[in-house]
Each structure stands twice: as structure tokens, then as C-alpha cells.
Design a protein around this ligand. Structure first.
Ligand SMILES: Cc1ncc(C[n+]2csc(CCOP(=O)(O)OP(=O)(O)O)c2C)c(N)n1
Length: 685
């Protein structure tokens, strides 16, 4: 669309960025278009947050029309700049911008359906619903930490493929709430340490949150705080487009990540509610909207965008086309192999054949020379084989590298001095780590995996939940998965964590029973391109129960009969996961000595099992008279297998500090207890 000459009288395209420079009057009208759409959409939905989009409209206008590189015709262009609206409650800001720029599908009818079922404009931005939304935000602080992961992925891929192919920035709009959340500290400390200089955070410094003025709860000097974490930080007037543009320009040249604290007025333009918490999260009301229109000089009716303003926005939207074409030319000019590898990685295509070959090799070795090792150690062996053939795997640990066994031999460290490394020392920052991994996976081109103790999954949980919601391939190695960790005691012994993680939809919780299952579970985690995984692994050694070479991945259906009944006619079915499978196998021997025939079913992944067709589930559960499950954790979840009348041997309390064999005896998680439970169910003693 060609803009009317009058409207563009003072507008020109800047050659360096390909973006559009406009006059102050033009800028104001462009920003007011965001404000008007936000007021109108929230009013129509009778719910939502008008304050942030109205206050941050000037920031967003400068950012999207003068500073960022993108092309609405190709929202997934790999070298686009990323924008994260960390304060997701202000979602109308991004919906308005996407509409004005001409993103596919973001029409006025969609804006009018703000917060309605099935719309492209849900209450908080959801990346799997709306093109142009990079990540799902809403839980404050997560978006900021996602952005750190995106910047890590960018730096890593640039080191690997060169700046001709990977050279973009990550921008964040963060609110007071984002910066008050603890996760923000983990995120900014990591970003500062890694000198992620292409990360630029615009802080909507409006001094207002839900309860009222920020002074009620916070007195942090954010500029000093970010500086202390190694960032470049400045303070500007967030309603002055020239100041915003020049601060961003300066940030682009920085050797450190940048914070730009933009002093703004929440609900800018609203006659009585501007600057007040009253504008944070409820419709302004007809009178206030009328007053705002007058103040802003916005004469249009609801949802109406005048042609001159729309054209200015659209020309900004078109400005990135040339950059995308140039990038495409660079990629086409790259050697064929390099180009294919980049496209494979960014497309998230796993080298499945190579993975299968590597897994087979590990299993053949284990069949030839069985190993009695902890599953965390088996996992390291699996990683050695897998990371060699899956170069997009980027590992890490929250300061437990030696305990989690997540750094296979030869894997170099990703640092400010070498972004090409593949292992990240996340520091003692589990939450920041999990959220950064989400950002890395969203960026594409890498498969992040990490390590911590299972008990600290609590510290990662909000980010794991979002990974599951967004359908991301992130893999968490979580070791020390039960009372089996021993002497560290109940603070470190997960009891309820498996159940709590299993409660999250679209999350696979794997708990392999030996070295063979461990490599099979790794394969399944890698192949689950739209599901995050947790690998719950032991500290203590476990016998290798799978001695024969199986070509098939027996864990793929989540459960399978690992030891059949001697006579093929089991009176007892024993179900177990992880370290307790060996206990079930011993119990089976005790039962045999009592003339009772039992089978053992290993359940490395309850989610995969319960997703099987009902008939398959039933066949694996079997028809034995007695069903007993054993897991060194709480019962919750197991009734789906054993029924309310089944017997469960596990934990009903927190653990204790002692050598692990004593603990298993003390809490009665033993072969004898399992056998006794089975006999009890059969009415025998
Ligand atoms: C983790 C988390 N806790 C609480 C909320 C609920 N909530 C939404 S916005 C907000 C704070 C609003 O203040 P601010 O971040 O400054 O946004 P503004 O008022 O400027 O729009 C809160 C507590 C949330 N979204 N996420």
C-alpha cells in the first residue's frame, strides 16, 4: 500500500536499519492508535488491562517502527529480532502493534474478540495461538528470563553459523512486577555474566502496580541494580520518542546487555485514571474513554484506524522485507551442507537415524557388559553418545554438574568468551535456568537440557509448566530422585515431586530403572518435539535388569512387562518405577518361594502409558487377582493402575537423614514389604 503523500510528508526510510523515521506529530498519532485500540478492546471485552498499553505506546511505536528487524509476511523468519512482552497482562499492546503492522490474521474483528474463546487475542499472549507472539507470558518475570535464553541461543548459533546467518537482537518490555519477581534477579545476573549484549530491556517504569503506588512495596533503584549485575543502564522519559530511539541506538552499540528505564504514566491520556492503579486492570468506562480521545486528539470512532496512521504503520511493517531478502541471499550463498544443517536445526528436525544408531550402540555395549550403576551415571553415558550426534543439544546444570552428570567428556563451556561452547554453568539459579531453557527452545536451533536435584523441581516449576503449555522440547535431568539419596535427609529427598510433576499436562516424567531404560528414556525425550521431559534419576547404584539386547525401545509405551510370571498365569502384578523395579523383582522371587506366581511391570513413564489406547493399557495392567505398586514416593497417581483397592508400598511422610539402605528398611520400602502386601491382597499371611 502506498501511503498518501501528505501523511508521509515528513517520513523517510532510514537506510541503516530499513525502518521508518517519522515526525513527532506522526509518532503521536501512531502511538495513539495503540492507545485507542487498547481502550476499545478492553471496553468491549469488559475485561483486560488498558493501563500498560496506553503508557507504553510510545516505547512500542519507536521500537517497532524504528529499531526492530522483522517482516510480518514471515513471522518465523529465523533472523528476526525477538520481542518479549514480559508483562503479558498488557497483551493489547502487542495485539494492537501486530494489527497495525499487518501481521497475518490480526484483523480488527480479532481485536474485537479480545479475550473471547478461540480468538487470536487471548487474555495473555500465547505463542502457539498468535503469529508474532514469541512466548507465552503472564506469570511475571518469566518473559524476561525467556528472553535471556533467546539471547543465549542467538549468541550460540551466531558463533556456530556466523553473523551472516545469525545476527539479531532480543527486546523485552518489562514492568515493575517483572522486576519485583525473584526470577528476574536470576535472569539479569546470568545475562550480565554472559555479557549478552544483544539483549535490550525496556522497563515500563510507571511506578504503579495493582495495589497502588510502587512505593507501598518496593524501593529498589533498578538502574543501580542492573548495573551491579553487569548491565549498561539508563533512565529516560518514556514518552519522548527521540529519547527512546537514541537510548535504543546506544544500547545496540553496547558490549553489555542494556536496561532502559522508561519513565511513563500508566494509562497515558486518560483524564482521571492516568497515573493511577485504577487503570491497571479494568475497563476505563465510556466517559473516561471519551475524555481520553479528546485529550489525545483522537477523533475516530471505536476500532477505527485512520488511513494515514495505518499507512505509516504498514510502511514500517514493510521496511524489513529487504533485510529478510538479504538474509535469504546470504543463506543461499552458504555452502550447501552448512545451509542444510542450519535449516535442519532451526526447523527442529532431530537426526532420528543417528540418534537410533547411537542408542543401539549404547544398548549393545550394555548387553555385552552389564553395568550396575546409578541412573545418573548411565545418563552421562547416554549423553556422551547422544551429544556427539545431536550437535544442537546444549546442556547445563544449576551448580550441580558433578552430581547431575550432565557434562559429558569434551563438552566445552558456553561463556562470554566462547558462545560456541555447549555447556552452561547456570549458577545456583534453577528457576532462571528453566525459564532460560524455555527461551532457548522457543528461539529454535538448540535443544536445551539441564540438571538439578529432583527436589528442586519446585524451584523450576512455573517455568516447567509454561514449557508444557507451550509444547516445548526442553529436557530436565533431575537426579537424587528419592530417599535413595540418603544422608542429605528430608530437605533433599523428594516425596511428593513425582506426583506433582505428573499432574502437569503435556509433561513426560521419566523414571528409568536401569542403564538400558535410561538411554531409551533419553531417546524418547529427544524425540518428543512438542513435550518437555523430566528424567528422574538415582544417586544410588541399581542392578541392570535388562540384560538382553532389545532393538525396540521398550519404554516407548510408558510401561511393559519386564519380568513375566513363571507360569504365564500371574496371581500378582507388581508395578514399579525407577529404583523400585529391582525391589519388585526381588519381591517376585520371595513370592515364588511361597508358591505365588507374580509378574513385574516396569513403568518408566506413567504419562506415555496412560495415553495408550484403553485396551493396550488393560493388557499391560493384566488381570492378576492382586495388584501392588511400589515407588519410594507418595501414592497419588498410582490408583490409575492399581485401583483404589490395590496395595501401594511407598512413602506417607517426609524422609530422614541416614544411609539409604537404612532408610529403605526404616520406611518399609523393601521386597519383604511388597511381598507381604501381595500376600495380604490374596488373603494369605
Ligand atoms: C507471578 C505473578 N504474580 C502475580 C501476577 C498478577 N499480576 C498481574 S499484573 C501485576 C502487577 C502489576 O504491576 P506492574 O507489573 O507494574 O504492571 P502495570 O500496573 O504497570 O500494568 C500482578 C501482581 C502475575 N501475573 N504473575
Amino acid at each position: 500500500m502506498t501511503p498518501p503523500a501528505a501523511a508521509l510528508a515528513a517520513a523517510s526510510t532510514t537506510a541503516d536499519t530499513g525502518t521508518v523515521a517519522v515526525s513527532r506529530a506522526q509518532h503521536d498519532r501512531m502511538a495513539n492508535a495503540i492507545r485507542a485500540l487498547a481502550m476499545d478492546a478492553v471496553e468491549q471485552a469488559k475485561s483486560g488491562h488498558p493501563g500498560l498499553p496506553m503508557g507504553a505506546a510510545d516505547i512500542a511505536t519507536v521500537l517497532f517502527t524504528r529499531a526492530m528487524k522483522f517482516d510480518p509476511d514471515d513471522p518465523t523468519w529465523p533472523d528476526r529480532d525477538r520481542f518479549v512482552l514480559s508483562a503479558g497482562h498488557g497483551s493489547m499492546l502487542i495485539y494492537a502493534v501486530l494489527h497495525l503492522l499487518g501481521y497475518p490474521g490480526m484483523t480488527i474483528p480479532e481485536i474485537k474478540r479480545f479475550r473471547q474463546l478461540g480468538s487470536l487475542t487471548p487474555g495473555h499472549p500465547e505463542n502457539f495461538i498468535t503469529a508474532g507472539v514469541e512466548t507465552t507470558t503472564g506469570p511475571l518475570g518469566q518473559g524476561l528470563a525467556n528472553a535471556v535464553g533467546m539471547a543465549i541461543a542467538e549468541a550460540h548459533l551466531a558463533a556456530e553459523f556466523g553473523k551472516e546467518i545469525v545476527d539479531h537482537r532480543t527486546f523485552v518490555l518489562a514492568s515493575d512486577g517483572d522486576l519485583m519477581e525473584g526470577i528476574s534477579q536470576e535472569a539479569i545476573a546470568l545475562a550480565g555474566h554472559l555479557k549478552l549484549h544483544k539483549l535490550i530491556v525496556l522497563f515500563d517504569d510507571n511506578g504503579i502496580s495493582i495495589d497502588g503506588p510502587l512505593a507501598l512495596a518496593d524501593s529498589v533503584d533498578q538502574v543501580k541494580r542492573f548495573e551491579a549485575a553487569g548491565w549498561a543502564a539508563s533512565r529516560i522519559d518514556g514518552h519522548d520518542p527521540a529519547a527512546i530511539a537514541s537510548a535504543i541506538e546506544k544500547a545496540k552499540g553496547s558490549s553489555r546487555p542494556s536496561l532502559i528505564a522508561c519513565r511513563t504514566t500508566i494509562a497515558y491520556g486518560a483524564p482521571t485514571k492516568a497515573g493511577s492503579e485504577k487503570a491497571h486492570g479494568s475497563p476505563l468506562g465510556a466517559d473516561e474513554i471519551k475524555g481520553a480521545r479528546e485529550r489525545l486528539g483522537w477523533a475516530e470512532t471505536a476500532f477505527e484506524i485512520p488511513a494515514d496512521v495505518r499507512d505509516l504503520w504498514r510502511s514500517a511493517g514493510h521496511a524489513g522485507k529487504a533485510a529478510r531478502q538479504a538474509w535469504r541471499d546470504h543463506l543461499n550463498a552458504a555452502p550447501a551442507e552448512r545451509r542444510a544443517e542450519f535449516e535442519r536445526r532451526i526447523g527442529g528436525e532431530l537426526p532420528t537415524e543417528k540418534v537410533a544408531t547411537a542408542v543401539r550402540a549404547v544398548k549393545e555395549k550394555l548387553a555385552a557388559a552389564p553395568k550396575e550403576v546409578a541412573t545418573r551415571v548411565a545418563s552421562e553415558g547416554a549423553l556422551e553418545a547422544l551429544t556427539a550426534v545431536v550437535p544442537e543439544m546444549v546442556g547445563g546444570s544449576a551448580d550441580l554438574t558433578g552430581s547431575n552428570n550432565t557434562r559429558p567428556k569434551g563438552m566445552t563451556v558456553l561463556s562470554a568468551a566462547d558462545y560456541g561452547g555447549r555447556f552452561i554453568h547456570y549458577g545456583v539459579r534453577e528457576h532462571g535456568m528453566a525459564a532460560a531453557m524455555n527461551g532457548m527452545a522457543l528461539h529454535g536451533g538448540v535443544i536445551p537440557y539441564s540438571g538439578t536435584f529432583l527436589v528442586f523441581s519446585d524451584y523450576c516449576r512455573p517455568a516447567i509448566r509454561l514449557a508444557a503449555l507451550m509444547g516445548e522440547r526442553v529436557i530436565h535431568v533431575m537426579t537424587h530422585d528419592s530417599i535413595g539419596l540418603g544422608e542429605d535427609g528430608p530437605t533433599h529427598q523428594p516425596v511428593e515431586h513425582l506426583a506433582a510433576l505428573r499432574a502437569i499436562p503435556n509433561l513426560n516424567v521419566f523414571r528409568p530403572c536401569d542403564a538400558v531404560e535410561t538411554v531409551e528414556c533419553w531417546q524418547l525425550a529427544l524425540e518428543a518435539s512438542e513435550t518437555p521431559s523430566v528424567l528422574a534419576l538415582t544417586r544410588q547404584n541399581l542392578p541392570q535388569l535388562r540384560r538382553d539386547m532389545d532393538d525396540a525401545n521398550r519404554c516407548a509405551r510408558g510401561a511393559y512387562e519386564i519380568v513375566p510370571a513363571d507360569d504365564g498365569n500371574a496371581q500378582v502384578s507388581l508395578f514399579a518405577s525407577g529404583s523400585e523395579v529391582a525391589i519388585a523383582v526381588e519381591a517376585r522371587t520371595l513370592l515364588a518361594a511361597r508358591g505365588v506366581s507374580a509378574r513385574v511391570v516396569s513403568i518408566p513413564c506413567l504419562e506415555l502409558f496412560l495415553a495408550l489406547p484403553e485396551a493396550e493399557c488393560k493388557a499391560i495392567i493384566g488381570t492378576a487377582a492382586a495388584k501392588v505398586a511400589v515407588e519410594a514416593a507418595v501414592r497419588q497417581g498410582w490408583d490409575a493402575i492399581i485401583g483404589a483397592d490395590g496395595a501401594f508400598v511407598g512413602m506417607t511422610s517426609f524422609g530422614a537423614s541416614a544411609p539409604y539402605k537404612d532408610l529403605y528398611r526404616h520406611f518399609g520400602v523393601t521386597p519383604e514389604a511388597v511381598a507381604a502386601a501381595a500376600l495380604g491382597k490374596l488373603g494369605r499371611t
